[in-house]
Design a binder for this molecule. Sequence first.
Ligand SMILES: [Ca+2]
Length: 339
Amino acid sequence: MPQVALRQLRRERIDDLGLGAACSYVDCLSLASVTQGDLMSHLRLVASALFALLCAGCASLAKPISLADLEPDPTAGVDARSGLPKRATHRRSGVVLRLVPGDASANALFLAETELTVGSWRRFVAETGYRSDAERGVLDDPDHPAVGAFTATSAGGREWHEQANWSRIFPLLGTEELRDDLPVLYLSAADAVAFTAHFGLRLPTAAEWERAARAGAATRFPWGDEGGDACRHANLQDRAGARRFPEFNVPVPCDDGYAVIAPVGSFAPNAAGFFDLVGNVEEWCLVANHTHSHYELVGGSWVADADGAKLSQRASLHQHARRDFIGFRPALAIELPAN
Ligand SMILES: [Ca+2]
């Protein structure tokens, strides 16, 4: 095989396994101020990422993602083209995945049915001892202290707070209960990559996310073209938010029932069975050929207007940024055998 083609094959294999993500996690650690107490848990994750990276350097040694890693939902059926289950639980992470429809490539793609929850992150932390960028004090922005994150104030503004992290979701509000079925907040893209790499998953690209979100629809939103209908379908910045936060305007002129984040799955799924692709929290996505510094954000959030929740909408932030309106959902690509 020509060298160029072989390198391309290896690159694709790396991408399939989410190892660009693993590399980002190593980069993130090199920038972090790791304390002695953190060292063992980080070393375990780095060893896992480096092992995967070395294997990916030789395609023949790369560990394939096995269907044995999935527990199919027998009630959801099987995809006729690929023979894969349409819905399954990823055993190691506990994440429930759905097959993304309409993928005619050689890889089948699964995407998490919901945004990653506090409960899933809690189990990851218990297994690995991982501490997020907000907890370890990885620099988000030179103008702010390293520990903490941007979080909502009681008036509805947003300011840096050193106590804000995934386990203290709204220190400036003081009234929000940390429920396991809420989307996890204040995780950077580097944190999301650490989670997915640990479990053999990866983040989706924005194009992959949009394919799942559209489920064949060509409209601005999963439910159609009218943003005014949003409150029946998504948690955005609405009248419920305006009642809670004096500084909020009402860009979405209806009431979705949630002033801040909602438990995942509180709204009806889209045509492919995915929940909250629009609204609740924006979601980190891989950037094709990314530079390891910025990741894309899709889907709008509880502080977004309808334009911010359009399926075509994209934003971008540095890999160590963390906010009270950003989460993620893992993906899993499975290479189909050639016919
Ligand atoms: Ca809302």
